[in-house]
Design a protein around this ligand. Structure first.
Ligand SMILES: CC(C)(COP(=O)(O)OP(=O)(O)OC[C@H]1O[C@@H](n2cnc3c(N)ncnc32)[C@H](O)[C@@H]1OP(=O)(O)O)[C@@H](O)C(=O)NCCC(=O)NCCS
Length: 221
């Protein structure tokens, strides 16, 4: 059995929540893809694509099963996080392996109760134990700074289009882990979504109404 009991207890409005964090089983892939869809729906675009990104990451060469993790509360999957292999390439063609974090999802009904924090802390410590030097993610800096993520610019790491912006962040997993890892960041091709594939993939899920996204991503770039 691969169960790991994360010894942290959440206090929320006098309720005590116990969470189990563990590696996912293949039989739980669909459930977490649907959770991701529920979580991201109409958030950053009309509908969402993160569930297909997750699906494709699981079939990619960047996939690391030890870093495909779920949070369970009361026998139900309430959160999910994945980290996959990515590369930083410098101008001389030298490559360094790092992790790309995300998508991360917490069941909308259970957000802001500390589940995301426990998942992220757990992933960071697991990745560190596995010997990875650094993690990269795209997200809201107001949230990820608390885990030690900094603007990737501070490490002289830019996106593959040579861009830097506040949501593009990096974390050193060991001291000076990203010190000599300068260059452009290449995540897996699974992050590029084909709209036709998305339409086809959507057929597996319950019908949901699309609306205007809640967040406008253009304000962050
Ligand atoms: C982002 C997410 C994973 C955080 O998990 P969570 O369990 O809700 O968060 P936690 O309870 O650990 O942390 C709560 C804190 O994070 C803040 N927070 C939560 N989501 C945030 C977001 N998207 N941006 C900025 N801050 C956020 C809350 O305001 C709260 O702040 P406080 O501690 O100062 O009160 C979760 O809200 C989620 O699934 N959101 C939708 C999908 C998403 O945006 N995923 C991440 C994309 S990179």
């Amino acid at each position: 059995m691969l169960f790991i009991l994360w010894g942290k207890i959440l206090n929320y409005k006098e309720t005590i929540m116990k969470l189990i964090i563990r590696k996912i089983y293949e039989s739980e892939f669909y459930f977490t893809e649907n959770l991701t869809r529920e979580t991201f729906w109409n958030l950053y675009k009309s509908g969402c694509e993160e569930h297909l990104v997750l699906h494709n990451l699981r079939k990619s060469k960047s996939y690391i099963k030890e870093l495909d993790l779920i949070a369970i509360h009361n026998f139900l999957i309430v959160g999910h996080i994945i980290s996959t292999r990515a590369l930083i390439k410098n101008k001389f063609g030298k490559e360094h392996e790092v992790l790309c974090v995300g998508p991360i999802s917490v069941s909308p009904a259970l957000q802001n109760k500390g589940i995301g924090t426990i998942l992220i802390d757990y992933s960071i410590s697991k990745a560190r134990k596995m010997g990875f030097k650094g993690m990269i993610l795209f997200g809201n800096s107001g949230y990820y700074h608390r885990f030690g993520f900094k603007n990737a610019k501070e490490f002289k790491i830019a996106t593959k289009d040579n861009q830097n912006f506040e949501p593009f962040m990096a974390l050193e997993l060991i001291e000076n882990g990203l010190k000599n890892v300068k260059g452009l960041f290449y995540d897996d091709e699974a992050f590029v979504i084909n709209e036709e594939q998305l339409l086809e993939f959507e057929k597996q899920f319950p019908i949901k109404e699309k609306s205007k996204p809640i967040f406008d991503l253009r304000q962050y770039t």
